[in-house]
Design a protein around this ligand. Structure first.
Ligand code: AMP
Ligand code: TRP
Length: 343
């Protein structure tokens, strides 16, 4: 069966863009593949300015709880927190020794995030894609569902896996070479206040972002206040009518109906009733997610146990992969050392 790996950073509260762009698909993939899903807390601490320990702890638990609430099924899939499986950090070291400075320096995300930081940029940020490669390679993932912006990182994982196999395990490859898949998102969700920018965890204002845990009143308020334009016609045109088009796309994704059908229904009736319909659809879409989240959050011990179980199952896959990689690279077998030890 196809093995899928994906990760999400606990770097902010999850929003409607994450849900419709990624998580809906994570849930659907469980029908056709063995899925391993990871809350990548080690990645979330690569920007020192954004790394507050208490916040990271809270967001890691909250992201995991939200994944369970949207329908990641811990019976069928493996759901865990990256730092609970130390093999990720260890495998990163092995891969560091075959990754090139030049190839990491060229990574677009590193270039973006390090711009203007000069010499103070963290080594963690530089090494981010190698840790991501370790995540993927440890689980023999065939497919990695990610946004388009992660394409270079998945290519690096593939290159490092191939380089490793070629150099250290030519007859019995240790790593499976992954490929990025970009499943069609249910929607590309734009910021409600600035509809030419993606809805994102890291925007300055919350007004344009619908968080999965926003209450119905707040959701309705944000959608009512969404920026549209001064005309009143309702049609899909990302260039000329970005705000209206964004709302149409959200409504289509939330109701499963086509944009054409929605245009016919709403055009000519003004923005007020259209926005009310969008708000209602989003509230209804998120209601079961919020209910499940409330039930899970009321019993954090249970979520922790689920994550501990996920980590144990993840290690059953990751530990043998790491052991084979270490053996192939020439690390002395720990068993031999133990046998010869006097105490
Ligand atoms: P990020 O929040 O950037 O860490 O992204 C996590 C996942 O959510 C990735 O797969 C993104 O492609 C997806 N995603 C994030 N923001 C949006 C958005 N506004 N619309 C659609 N997908 C998104
Ligand atoms: N870098 C990814 C992002 O920002 C998150 C991530 C970390 C990931 N490890 C991964 C995604 C492994 C896929 C596979 O979206």
């Amino acid at each position: 069966m196809t093995r899928v790996f994906s990760g999400i950073q606990p770097s902010g509260d999850l929003h409607l863009g994450n849900h419709l762009g990624a998580l809906v698909n994570w849930v659907a993939m469980q029908e056709r593949a063995e899925c391993v899903y990871c809350v990548v807390d080690l990645h979330a601490m690569t920007s020192p300015a954004e790394h507050d320990p208490a916040t990271l702890r809270q967001r890691t638990l909250s992201a995991a709880t939200t994944l369970l609430a949207v329908g990641v099924d811990p019976q069928r899939s493996i759901l865990f927190v990256q730092s609970h499986v130390h093999e990720h950090a260890e495998c990163t070291w092995l891969l560091n020794c075959i990754a090139g400075f030049g190839e990491l320096r060229k990574m677009p995300q590193f270039k973006d995030k390090s711009a203007g930081k000069g010499e103070s940029v963290s080594v963690g940020l530089f090494d981010y894609p190698v840790l991501q490669s370790a995540d993927i390679l440890l689980y023999h993932a065939d497919e990695v569902p990610v946004g388009e912006d992660q394409r270079h990182h998945i290519e690096l994982a593939r290159d490092l896996g191939q380089r490793f196999n070629h150099r250290f395990a030519p007859d019995d490859p240790v790593f499976t070479l992954p490929r990025a898949i970009h499943p069609p998102a249910a929607a590309r969700v734009m910021d409600l206040q600035e509809p030419s920018n993606k809805m994102s965890k890291s925007t300055s204002s919350d007004k344009g972002v619908v968080y999965l845990l926003d209450d119905p009143t707040r959701i309705a308020k944000k959608i009512r206040a969404a920026v549209t334009d001064s005309a009143t016609d309702i049609r899909y045109d990302r260039e000329a009518k970005p705000g209206v088009s964004n709302l149409l796309e959200i409504l289509a994704a939330a109701t499963g109906r086509s944009i054409d059908e929605l245009v016919v229904e709403h055009d000519g009736h003004g923005y007020g009733s259209f926005k009310a319909a969008v708000a209602e659809a989003v509230v209804e879409l998120l209601r079961p997610v919020q209910q499940r989240h409330a039930a899970l959050a009321a019993d954090p011990g249970e979520v922790s146990r689920t994550l501990a179980d996920g980590a144990a199952r993840a290690r059953e896959v990751a530990a043998p992969t790491l052991l084979r990689a270490k053996q192939a690279m020439g690390m002395l077998d720990a068993g031999i050392v133990r046998e010869g030890h006097g105490w």
